[in-house]
Design a protein around this ligand. Structure first.
Ligand code: URA
Length: 192
C-alpha cells in the first residue's frame, strides 16, 4: 500500500510549485488522477485546456480516447492505474514542454513513481519516452516493445491525440496497434 500521507503532502507541495514559468499561466496544477494503489502508471506529455481548467489529468478529448482504449482491454483508468504527465502545468497553446520545464518538473514525477512503485509504466507519446527514458527513437519504432529498467517494465504507445487524428480501427493502423500494445500491458499487470 502506498504511504497516502506522503502522497498527499507531495500533491499539496506540487500544487504550490513555482519552479518554472508555466506556473504563471496555469489555472491549476495537474498532479494526476486514478488509483495510486495500483501496479500501473501512465505518463503523458502535459495538461491541455480541459485538464488545466479541471486540475485533472487526461479529462479532455485525448483523455476520453485514452479511457476507451484502456477499457477495450479491461483497464479502468480510474481504478486500475494512476495517470500523470511529464509536466504538471499546461504549456501555452499546448506546445511541447521545453527542456528546462521538463527538468524542473521531473522530481515531482520521480517522487510519484517512487511512492506508487508501479511494476509497469505506459509512456504515451514520444515526449514521455524522450523525457523519461532519454530515448530519441520514433514512437512508431518503439511502441509495442517492452523496455526494462530497474525492475520496471515500460511500454511506449502512441499518444491518444495521435489516435484522434487517425481514427481507423483497421488491422495495422495506429488504433489497432495500440490495442495490441495495451493487451500486452493488461497481460503483464494481471500476472504481477
Ligand atoms: N495530453 C496529455 O499528454 N496529457 C493530458 O493530461 C492531456 C492531454
Amino acid at each position: 500500500m502506498i504511504n497516502q500521507k506522503k502522497f498527499n503532502i507531495l500533491e499539496s507541495e506540487c500544487s504550490k510549485c513555482l519552479k518554472c514559468s508555466l506556473s504563471s499561466t496555469r489555472n491549476n496544477v495537474v498532479f494526476g488522477r486514478g488509483n495510486p494503489n495500483s501496479n500501473l502508471f501512465v505518463i503523458g506529455e502535459g495538461p491541455g485546456q480541459q485538464e488545466d481548467e479541471q486540475g485533472l489529468a487526461f479529462v479532455g478529448r485525448a483523455g476520453k480516447m485514452l479511457d476507451s482504449a484502456f477499457l477495450s482491454v479491461g483497464i479502468d483508468t480510474n481504478k486500475d492505474c494512476y495517470i500523470s504527465n511529464i509536466v504538471k502545468c499546461r504549456p501555452p497553446n499546448n506546445r511541447k514542454p521545453l527542456a528546462n520545464e521538463v527538468k524542473e518538473c521531473m522530481p515531482w514525477l520521480n517522487e510519484q513513481i517512487e511512492l506508487i512503485k508501479p511494476k509497469v509504466i505506459v509512456l504515451a507519446g514520444s515526449t514521455a519516452v524522450q523525457s523519461y527514458l532519454n530515448i530519441d527513437e520514433a514512437i512508431s519504432k518503439l511502441r509495442g516493445g517492452w523496455i526494462v529498467r530497474d525492475d520496471i517494465k515500460y511500454m511506449p504507445i502512441f499518444h491518444p491525440s495521435y489516435l484522434l487524428r487517425n481514427p481507423s480501427k483497421e488491422k495495422g493502423k495506429p488504433k489497432w496497434l495500440t490495442w495490441q500494445d495495451l493487451k500486452k500491458v493488461k497481460k503483464e499487470i494481471s500476472s504481477v
